[in-house]
Design a protein around this ligand. Sequence first.
Ligand code: ADP
Length: 506
Amino acid sequence: MSAAREAAGAAGAWGAEAARRARAHPLLRERALVGGAWVEAAGGGRVEVVDPGSEEVIASVPRCGAAEVSAAVGAAEEATRGWRARLPRERARALRRWFDLLAAHREPLAELVTLEGGKPLAEARAEVDYGASFVEWYAEEARRAYGEVIPTYGHGRRVLTLREPVGVVAAITPWNFPLAMVTRKVAPALAAGCAVVLKPAEATPLTALALAALALEAGLPPGLLSVVTTDRAGADEVGGALCDDERVRKLTFTGSTAVGKRLMARCAGTVKRLSLELGGDAPLIVFEDADLELAARGVMASKFRNSGQTCVCANRLLVHADRRDELAALLAPQVRALRPGHGLDPAATQGPLISRAAAARVGDLVARSVALGATPLAGGEALPGVGPRFYAPTLLTGATPALPICGGEVFGPVAPLMTFRDDDEALRLANATRAGLAAYVFTTSERRAWRAAEALEVGMVALNDGGLSTEVAPFGGVKESGLGREGGRQGLEEFLEVKYMMVGGL
Ligand code: ADP
């Protein structure tokens, strides 16, 4: 049966409901937040926000530019002076109040994430929990920015280090996790004593504005967090202004590798600190001794969450040739059972892709790969009956590294299965990419697991598990997947400078 007939229904039918819910939404803010004031853009322009499930316009936000960036950075500079001087426990308490408000608004926040991002409500709720967990974690970590005392190098002298906030932070976030990518940056920055000017993705500004509204309600000082909204063309102007401003001391960015490289180059002009969380191309390796039920669960969790639009999702499935048919037989019915539909529809398990262009791109990659010999065991088609941004969850067998679908980050619900003959070949294929974010390994051999984990050129390895994202662990990549880590103890360090002090005359 085709995935189109398995669909939850036509997503367009939810358009009026999506618009109604957005209009009535208690956390809807349709202005930018600059220096604690809700403002229009000086240029007067506005940007429409569209529900990707139905393509209905649900709200609009200001099209800000360099003027709003400059005002927001000025306010941030002002706010950071008082904020960094507060006792760590006072900063911790303010963050804790913000966390409590996020938890209390779980349902309305999840609804906003679904309305502008498209993912099913169940996934949006999980994102709120995940996103809020960073605020809770960094409320706790705010008190642990320890320096150290270093054994002295000379009589009458002592050597120590202090940890100090880097200063004003610019944060640029993507649309695939409109809530969690914001809190994962903003919470550690605030905990460290910094102020933040945030530019959310043009497709998903509403969640960011709602988060900021709750931060104000929690009592965070005005100007400490500004949110500057704009459209795609304006991203260049706003991003450029943030990169060029010498008052901004750090840029933290999550998004595509191409944009990350441009921002990195532009930040050279003011020698900013950088955290970059860029694209992935995660291999998921199933060794010949793997528990295949577990591996199939891992594939389903990693590959199809958010319709494959996550930077850590399994991008290439590498399975030992002797186990391929067995794994494919386990996966195919599970992939076919996924139900594409509007995120508000409780029957839907798969939302739309973020744009028509994204859906067309995925369709093109699949079509060209099938023409070159790959075989769809599930899906392999667009779903116009569900909506113009939908693509069927797809399992392709017969994939090889030469196929377009294996040539980089797919960012869509397509799992290409390729085979290997021995461990060395598996690891060589896994590492044959310029990305280095995540990898997944399924094996029952402890020796194989360790060997693979240490040989894989990535920042994160999941053994016998399809999930990696948690606030307690350092998330990030190597190679062209980026710089720095988010989450864990390490996430705070990204926003701290080390100051060394030599105390003499003792
Ligand atoms: P995607 O392709 O997934 O949308 P992008 O890297 O294009 O990833 O977008 C991630 C974030 O980067 C978004 O907030 C987007 O607006 C922003 N962005 C895109 N182009 C620029 C730019 N030239 N300068 C600054 N930010 C940009």
